[in-house]
Design a protein around this ligand. Structure first.
Ligand code: ZN
Length: 254
């Protein structure tokens, strides 16, 4: 193994050309906040991904790509949603299921139960625990976004550990399957927090950062690109602008 943690053969071969953007949304629905994407715009964005020849990967697929088990797609993209909001249940999940596209939904467990939701997060409602089986059946991978959505950088170790570990346990109890993926609230992390996330058993964790992931990405610090309500129907083109410039397939993304 090299210092990077990747086997040499993997580095030379399949990982060489990885360019993997992960998009993140918060909510789909009536535009009450910049965080909410109009449902028609969202559908147009999914249709654009198909017409531009993108492979939409799940977070499990991302693990497979970075382990060298699965070849890196020429044009891959990952769709994620933070918080666990009602519009993801009402609009995003059906739109994704109709197209057989995977996505990951990172849940704040207390907010699913309506507990201690801050004023700034009340721009839309939340899904409930009873929605989770149907969301999973629609093709959404359920991940954790902590118990209460704190800035983990500002928490003492034991408190952060509880937020990271207990949210996973709680969701696993509810849905009866493994929760392997984590999203840091506000994208905030430190090396110590990242170690807690690994120790809790998560296989991946995502930040923000407005960057694409290349071949040496850390699976517990994967960057994401934001799509929000201000971006309109061309939100995904805008988020991906420049990343795939010059690729041989399809049209350039400029
Ligand atoms: Zn969040």
């Amino acid at each position: 193994m090299r210092e990077s943690g990747y086997p040499r053969a993997v580095m030379r071969g399949r990982l060489r050309r990885i360019r993997l953007p992960i998009l993140y949304y918060h909510e789909i629905g009536a535009p009450r906040s910049k965080h909410v994407v109009d449902p028609d715009d969202f559908e147009a964005q999914l249709d654009w991904l198909a017409s531009a020849g993108f492979d939409v990967l799940s977070m499990d697929d991302v693990v497979a790509v970075y382990s060298g088990v699965r070849p890196a797609p020429v044009r891959g993209v990952v769709l994620t949603f933070d918080d666990g909001r009602a519009g993801v249940r009402d609009f995003a999940a059906p739109a994704l299921a109709r197209r057989h596209l995977p996505a990951t939904l990172y849940l704040v467990t207390q907010w699913l139960g309506g507990v201690a939701i801050p004023e700034s997060e009340r721009y839309s409602g939340f899904a409930s625990w009873s929605d989770l089986p149907a969301l999973r059946d629609a093709g959404l991978t359920l991940g954790s976004h902590t118990l209460s959505h704190p800035n983990l950088k500002r928490m003492a170790g034991a408190g952060a550990e509880r937020e990271i570990r207990d949210s996973r346990v709680r969701i696993e109890q509810e849905i009866g399957c493994s929760v392997d993926h984590f999203s840091y609230p506000y994208g905030r992390r430190t090396r110590a927090i990242e170690r807690l996330v690994r120790a809790a058993g998560y296989r991946t964790a995502v930040v923000t950062g407005q960057r694409c992931n290349a071949r040496f990405a850390s699976l517990h610090r994967l960057f994401r690109l934001r799509v929000d309500g201000r971006d309109g129907a061309e939100g995904v083109q805008r988020a991906l602008a420049g990343i795939f410039r010059g690729e041989g397939t399809g049209r350039g993304l400029g």
